[in-house]
Design a protein around this ligand. Structure first.
Ligand code: HEM
Length: 448
């Protein structure tokens, strides 16, 4: 697109940074926000869901209104589905990809995209993050990281997860003894996955506060139409993470460990990652490794508090925990929305869809599709087919860390419930102000 990129870190790059940041915001968030606000005013249900905090608090009501219109509906975002069958088909088919097609975008938008590109600030939803890259590069990335997340490697993390859970629960004993309220997100649901993924990736766990702060700010970039102020906060957080990673990679080049990141840094065959790919891959693993699992844990605690009989049944028979985790993933999915780009002329649910257009998949709605799940609005930890949900997606982008997340949730929730059987949600849980991710920011509980 005719834009030359100054060398990262050079004086020219530094001088252009503010303008490039605003350009990136404008094309990725500012223009979509203006468009969605206009469409919401015109009554588009999906635009209202994304823009209106009241509707966002209870997305399922809107999901059901959309479902009533059919398996594929037109929306401000383009074709959209609430159907489990349609979402599965899209996720599993090579007629759809993850890369955005910018070729039909207006010239100024394409210019802003190229001008705004900045390797020192690339987020988890921008290439070369594997989330938004199609084969053959995607195949190469998955081959490299997949080895560290095989079922065997995941099972080997069991003692680590137990140790982390026990340490965090031990730290809660004094508050429990005094009968003091505790924010369970801050004290348990957030630190547990961050300590686990940091250990697995060989990054120093004493930076957990930094990771949590950076991760929370950066997670917002997954949402369409982020206001400039929040985008700038996310941009600062992502830059700080990249700076941290650059120092970390330099250390591992000098003193490699046994972990995945040391192997990625040292790889020298044709699979080896470029510096930019290395940053994108580790940033994604680190961020995805805790920003989603925290939501799963918080959502589970609130649901089990509201369904005490089911919680008591799990206390009596702990073999039910893995299925309970699946039911939480289905019922209150931590990742609510994803999308795919149509790669070739094709039909979906009998409707022609054009190459380059974007199909939006409401995973949270697909997971309550009555064609797959009987009485889908009922929370039932013994549901026979709970595991058929799409909370971890499907197809080639199926969550790399699904096994780890399942293990963490089953171990952590069992340990928490057995340690504090009298745990109650005592205050009003506060949802995170996010649309793509769904979970709690604050979760006040008493433990005994
Ligand atoms: C409850 C916890 C989690 C949920 C609900 C979740 C959900 C998802 C979903 C829905 C996707 C695919 C998005 C799409 O198809 O567009 C995904 C991809 C991914 N997840 Fe997770 N995830 C969780 C935990 C983790 C953990 C613990 C890790 C850490 C290893 C992780 C790493 C990844 C990576 C690297 C990808 C990209 C895979 C690819 O593009 O090929 N996730 N996750």
């Amino acid at each position: 697109m005719g834009t030359t990129t100054p060398v990262a870190g050079s004086p020219a790059a530094r001088a252009l940074r503010p303008a490039r940041t605003v350009a990136r915001w404008a094309v990725r968030h500012g223009m979509p926000a203006a468009y969605l606000t206009r469409e919401a005013r015109r009554g588009d249900l999906v635009a209202r869901l994304l823009r209106d905090p009241v509707l966002r608090a209870d997305p399922h009501t809107v999901h059901e209104q959309l479902r009533a219109r059919g398996p594929l509906v037109g929306s401000a975002l383009g074709p959209l589905t609430t159907s489990h069958a349609v979402a599965s088909e899209v996720l599993r088919s090579d007629r759809f990809g993850v890369g955005f097609d910018w070729s039909a975008a207006p010239g100024p938008a394409r210019w802003a995209l190229a001008f705004g590109d900045d390797p020192t600030a690339t987020g988890v939803a921008e290439p070369p993050s594997m989330l938004v890259v199609d084969p053959p590069d995607h195949t190469r990335y998955r081959r490299l990281v997949g080895r560290a997340f095989t079922p065997r490697a995941t099972a080997a993390a069991d003692p680590l997860v137990r140790r982390v859970a026990d340490t965090l629960l031990d730290a809660l004993e004094p508050a429990a003894a005094r009968g003091e309220p505790v924010d369970l997100v801050a004290a348990f649901a957030a630190p547990l996955p961050v300590l686990v993924i940091a250990d697995l990736l060989g990054v120093p766990t004493d930076r957990q506060e930094d990771f949590l702060r950076w991760g929370a700010a950066a997670a917002a970039t997954l949402d369409p139409g982020l206001p400039l102020r929040r985008f700038l906060a996310a941009d600062r957080a992502i830059r700080a993470l990249h700076r941290f990673l650059a120092g970390h990679f330099a250390r591992l080049r000098r003193e490699p460990g046994e972990d995945l990141v040391s192997r990625l840094v040292a790889a020298s065959d044709e699979d080896a990652l470029t510096d930019r790919e290395l940053h994108a891959t580790v940033l994604l693993l680190l961020g995805a490794g805790f920003e989603t699992t925290v939501n799963l844990l918080g959502n589970a605690v609130v649901l089990l508090d509201a369904h005490r009989d089911q919680r008591n049944a799990l206390l009596a028979d702990p073999t039910g925990w893995p299925n309970a985790v699946e039911e939480v993933l289905r019922f209150d999915s931590p990742v609510q929305i994803t999308g795919r780009t149509v790669r070739a002329d094709t039909e979906l649910a009998g409707v022609p869809v054009r190459p380059g257009s974007r199909v939006t998949l409401l995973l949270g709605a697909a997971n309550r599709d009555p064609d797959v799940f009987a009485d889908p609005g009922r929370f039932d930890v013994s549901r026979g087919n709970a595991r058929d949900h799409l909370a971890f997606s499907a197809g080639i982008h199926y969550c790399v860390g699904a096994g780890l997340a399942r293990l963490e949730a089953a171990v952590a929730l069992r340990a928490l419930t057995e340690r504090f059987p009298g745990l109650r949600v005592t205050g009003r849980p506060v949802r995170r102000d996010l649309q793509t991710l769904r979970g709690f920011e604050h979760l006040p509980v008493t433990l005994r």
